[in-house]
Design a protein around this ligand. Structure first.
Ligand code: ATP
Ligand code: MG
Length: 651
């Protein structure tokens, strides 16, 4: 493993020739400048946006209060930046390319059309009493109205809180209460793959008896009739038709809130992360520009749902701020078959594909034939986000999907960071499969030991922290500033603590080793979950792996691996498989990491955004099945039954 994962993959010459940053030396020079003179650096980046009034200062902060301000005194509007200025300069250019649930069905929305729709939607919100600073909860499938609503909120200065339209009524209600939203925007239903999410029925249950919510606006995605509550529920399409497409853009302070977004809940109760206007948009636009090496004719295909931060920053705000055509994909990579993603890529001629390791692992499992029968010649760049990408999966993405032509950017960041913090720049950074490589401009990672000391030098591991503020950073947890301070700024004073463990290798490259809460301490050795999982995934039979610790009499912590196997290997006896996988880890990492138990299952528990829920597996492996914690973030509750059944002998 060490041999394979540490070998460099050089930037592709044909790519570097035209890229914004063309060599490692250029990156290093710019990076140094960004740290030495942050005000100058970010002052220049801020000019990507159109400001109604320029900022008076770049950066101000009060470390004691954990209070950050970027571009103070600046006035701007996010919708104006993402829509109006492009509608004026390139009205006929496609802003949003909607790929509907059914294969082959597309709708292009130009910047001019987008401006009209957003204006109408903004007027509808106003007519329903929404004012600057009010919160609007959005529970919509991946339809254009979702983008219109987010941009309309931005236009009038309302704060959107988008809740992924796969969440239960209970989760939605909790988020509506926490954000204090007065208007809820939903749809009659949301087709997704072979199924349809009854969004309106779920929304009804969520707002039952809540006087706080005065209007429910219902987009009509399909002809299906749904019960409407007189005086509370309104058909969105009819409301929009009644209003003008012209609505003035509110002059917002750079530090006015733009949105609230709840984290995935991988580690516990979701947190209502608050992002503000100027810093967020400057950061989303700048990172989108450099990391995806934007070109004017790009078709940017980010497969994330708009209900996640990846959707916010790299499906909507980043690309549209830069005037890029962005793809809004309503379906799933497996509908109607495992060739769907490649069909969309070919149909829309996507130049950039940005997806998650969980999707890639699912596709690998289905075999290469699905990929190979598509053309993919439009693609020039591939991105990954959400979880550590196993080196084996990285190679598949690079070799099979990208045919060795397209650079791969493994981007590490969080809901709280607003945008990408660690990533290669595609024309400049030599990659190592499995490493997110080097920090973005202005970002200063610091590794801390458990005693709160800085770990200097290379070839070291520790708690990943960030030493200085960056424009896209979350300012608070909505209504809970103390929790914000405690969660991110108290473990290591004056440093932002990410919660992730990280290794900085001999070359200064960063490797996310997993959540620090999940780190295994086996006989005094610290093992990251990602390392052991990647060793397992490197075995040809394994589709996915999740590794957790459990109390062990002798070692302190034992290693328990949950794995799913590829279809061709389902016939292999469990005993054989378990033996082979223990041997695999012993061989790749060493005897210390050899799993004490290997459990072969049909599915792993995941959040609705596709991340493995190790905290749940840890409880199961430890026999603490009575206290599994918050199970509402679980995407498929059925996997739990199998896990509990198969894990019974473990106890
Ligand atoms: P919660 O904070 O509620 O537990 P979450 O951390 O899963 O949920 P997100 O903000 O969606 O919520 O995810 C950010 C986390 O995802 C990171 O802290 C990291 O653990 C993981 N992650 C994201 N991108 C990468 C990447 N490229 N490599 C490794 N890990 C990644
Ligand atoms: Mg997190």
């Amino acid at each position: 493993m060490t041999v394979a994962k540490d070998s460099f993959v050089a930037p592709k010459e044909h790519f570097s020739r035209a890229s914004h940053v063309r060599s490692l030396e250029d990156y290093q020079r710019l990076y140094r400048q960004s740290l030495e003179a942050p005000e100058a650096f970010w002052g220049v980046q801020a000019q990507r946006l159109t400001w109604f009034h320029p900022p008076d200062s770049v950066r101000e902060m009060n470390a004691e209060q954990v209070d950050f301000s970027w571009f103070g005194g600046g006035k701007l509007n996010v919708a104006y930046n993402c829509v109006d200025r492009h509608a004026r300069e390139r009205p006929g250019k496609t802003a949003i390319l909607w790929a509907k649930n059914e294969p082959g069905e597309y709708q292009a929305i130009t910047f001019r059309e987008l401006q009209h729709h957003v204006g109408r939607m903004a007027n509808v919100l106003k007519a329903h009493g929404v004012r600057k600073g009010d919160r609007v909860c959005v529970y919509l499938p991946m339809i254009p109205e979702l983008a219109y609503t987010m941009l309309a909120c931005a236009r009038i200065g309302a704060v959107h809180s988008v809740v992924f339209a796969g969440f239960s009524a209970e989760s939605l209600r909790e988020r509506i209460l926490d954000s204090g939203a007065k208007v809820l925007v939903t749809a009659n239903e949301g087709p997704r793959g072979p199924k349809s999410v009854p969004t309106k029925a779920i929304a009804d249950e969520a707002v039952e008896g809540l006087t706080q919510v005065t209007s429910v606006l219902v987009a009509q995605r399909t002809p299906r009739e749904v019960p409407m509550v007189e005086g509370r529920d309104f058909w969105l399409n009819a409301e929009m038709a009644r209003h003008r497409g012209v609505c003035p853009a509110e002059w917002m302070d750079a530090e006015d809130p733009l949105f609230i977004l709840y984290t995935s809940g991988s580690t516990g109760k979701p947190k209502g992360v608050l992002h503000t206007t100027g810093g967020y948009l400057v950061y989303a636009a700048t990172t989108h520009h450099y990391v995806f090496d934007v070109r004017p004719d790009d078709i940017h295909f980010c497969t994330a749902d708009l209900g996640w931060v990846t959707g916010h920053s790299y499906l909507l705000y980043g690309p549209l701020a830069n005037g890029t055509t962005t793809v809004l994909f309503e379906s799933t990579p497996s509908y109607p078959d495992a060739g769907r993603l490649w069909k969309v890529v070919d149909d829309v001629k996507a130049t950039v594909l940005y997806t998650a390791p969980t999707a890639l692992r699912a596709l690998i499992k289905e075999g290469d034939a699905w990929v190979k029968k598509s053309s993919r010649k439009s693609l020039r760049l591939l991105g990954s986000v959400g979880e550590p990408i196993n080196p084996e999966v990285w190679r598949w993405y690079h070799d099979v999907v990208g045919e060795g032509r397209c650079p791969v950017v493994d981007t590490w960041w969080q809901t709280e960071t607003g945008g990408i913090l660690i990533s290669p720049l595609p024309g400049a950074t030599p990659c190592k499969p499995g490493s997110a490589t080097l920090p973005f401009f202005g970002v200063e990672p610091v590794l801390m030991d458990d005693e709160g000391r800085v770990i200097e030098g290379n070839g070291v591991s520790g708690n990943l922290c960030l030493a200085r503020s960056w424009p896209g950073q979350a300012r608070t947890l909505y209504g809970h500033h103390q929790r914000f301070v405690e969660t991110y700024y108290s473990r290591f004073p004056h440093l932002y603590f990410t919660g992730d463990g990280c290794r900085r290798d001999e070359d200064g490259y960063y490797w996310i080793t997993g959540r620090v809460d999940d780190v295994l301490n086996v006989s005094g050795h610290r093992l990251g979950t990602a390392e052991v999982e990647s060793a397992l995934v490197a075995h040809e039979a394994v589709a996915e792996a999740a590794v957790v610790g459990f109390p062990h009499d002798i070692k302190g912590t034992g290693v328990c691996a949950f794995v799913t196997v590829k279809p061709d290997w389902l016939e292999t006896s469990t005993e054989q498989m378990v033996g082979a996988l223990k041997e695999q880890v012993r061989h790749v990492i060493g005897p210390i990491a050899t799993p004490d138990r290997v459990v072969v299952v049909n599915g792993l528990p995941k959040t609705r955004s596709g991340k493995i829920l190790r905290r749940m597996l840890r409880k199961i492996a430890s026999g603490e099945t009575e206290s599994l914690g918050d199970t509402t973030t679980l995407a498929d509750p059925a996997v739990l039954d199998e896990l509990l059944e198969k894990s019974l002998p473990l106890r």
